[in-house]
Write a protein that binds this ligand. Sequence first.
Ligand code: GTP
Ligand code: MG
Length: 138
Amino acid sequence: TERTLILVKPDGVRRGLVGEVLRRVEAKGYTLLAVELRTADEALLAEHYAEHEGKPFFRPLVDFMASGPVLAVVAEGERVIEGFRVIAGATDPTTAAPGSIRGDLGRDWGLAVTQNLVHGSDSPESAEREIKLWFPGL
Ligand code: GTP
Ligand code: MG
């Protein structure tokens, strides 16, 4: 079995969509191992998004992610990494498929950074790395 790190980003928390995201994860049959609301500091976020360092959207992305609390979640299940990426939908919420979190609940707000409600680890390696970063004790 497999674990993934899910974040409900500050836009999702501000819009009151924490319950909706957890509902979809649980309804799909995944198990919640950890759920914690917290405001991430810059160091954690820079580490979390290290692969994007140097890209034009890196700074706005880190600022946005630090702009309010996020819900950090570890979920477990067979192929949950891939499964949650499908539940989340494509990165751009304007074109993300209806039925997905981003497709049903997100859109472009004309802001500098893509506010797309959720994050999900994209590989077993990044999942282990991100879970260690957000939940060192787990
Ligand atoms: P995450 O689950 O958040 O990692 O999203 P993702 O895996 O679908 O996208 P990726 O890891 O490539 O990028 C991380 C985040 O950076 C995205 O979720 C967006 O918020 C933002 N982002 C990615 N690409 C762009 C871009 O081309 N322009 C802007 N403005 N933001 C971007
Ligand atoms: Mg990513």
